[in-house]
Design a protein around this ligand. Structure first.
Ligand code: HEC
Length: 147
């Protein structure tokens, strides 16, 4: 019994040491990410977390088309890019719609018909502005059933 009690902290200590020994230096990882993804910034990373937590529950790509609840961001980005003459107007219409979803400003008529109007979820303007810029600047995966 006494022996086992002594062994537990020793085993734990060995595990902790092994985990630390295996994790690379944080700066190196950050440098690697920045070198490989030139658009990467701390703030873009924060915005991605925001988008994942506030939007993806509906806009996320599901296993099959039937399970989708809203259009994927790849399609929203394509549509808003097509109808906007500048980055500013892309962001403006994206933000206007997201803060106050309404049929007059909606541009994705197919989605509107398929999923019905997006509900007003009371998002904060500053957060939606960051998300709009993020959607403008980044690439999003196409669902695998769309070729
Ligand atoms: C409760 C589900 C739900 C959530 C959460 C949600 N959306 Fe939507 N969204 C929809 C649906 C459904 C549509 C498609 C119908 C439409 O266009 O209104 C849509 C469409 C859109 C469109 C395109 C509208 C158009 O027709 O021009 C934008 C832009 C958009 N969402 C942004 C967002 C952003 C940004 C977030 C997160 C901050 C978000 N949505 C969260 C359901 C959701």
């Amino acid at each position: 019994m006494i022996k086992r009690n002594i062994m537990i902290p020793i085993i734990l200590a060995a595990f902790v040491t092994a985990i630390y020994a295996c994790s690379p230096n944080e700066n190196t990882v950050k440098e690697q990410v920045e070198n490989n993804f030139p658009n990467y910034t701390e703030s873009a990373n924060e915005t991605k977390t925001l988008l994942d937590s506030k939007c993806m529950v509906c806009h996320g790509i599901k296993e099959s088309q039937d399970e989708m609840l809203a259009p994927p961001f790849a399609h929203i980005q394509k549509k808003y890019s097509k109808v906007s003459s500048s980055k500013e107007s892309f962001i403006e219409s994206f933000v206007d719609f997201t803060l106050n979803p309404n049929e007059d400003q909606a541009m994705m008529f197919g989605a509107l018909k398929q999923f019905n109007l997006m509900p007003n979820l009371g998002f904060e303007r500053t957060e939606v502005e960051k998300i709009a810029l993020y959607v403008y600047e980044n690439e999003f995966p196409e669902p695998k059933w769309c070729n």
